[in-house]
Design a protein around this ligand. Structure first.
Ligand code: ZN
Length: 85
């Protein structure tokens, strides 16, 4: 396993303005693993931090995508199962 970093991951959010200082393109999304997994956004200009408005939106979206993939798999594999000798 190469993936062993516990350092916070920072991802730059293009086109997002800081809710506090309104600075454009200054917000990063931070994912931390320790001590508890968490995710928030941080402004590189004024240091403002806040949690994303509604994490449920994200998980609901992921769930919908899972559903789509499952549907696609069912449709795509019906009658085309191949056995290798
Ligand atoms: Zn700011």
């Amino acid at each position: 396993m190469r993936y062993q970093s516990e350092a916070p991951k920072r991802r730059f959010l293009a086109g997002v303005s800081c809710p506090k200082c309104q600075q454009m393109d200054a917000v990063v999304q931070v994912n931390i693993v320790t001590p508890v997994p968490d995710e928030y956004i941080e402004c590189t200009q004024c240091g403002h931090r806040e949690h994303r408005p509604d994490p449920n939106v994200i998980s609901a979206k992921n769930h919908a995508e899972d559903q789509l993939i499952r549907d696609a798999m069912v449709t795509g594999t019906s009658g085309t199962v191949k056995f290798k000798p």
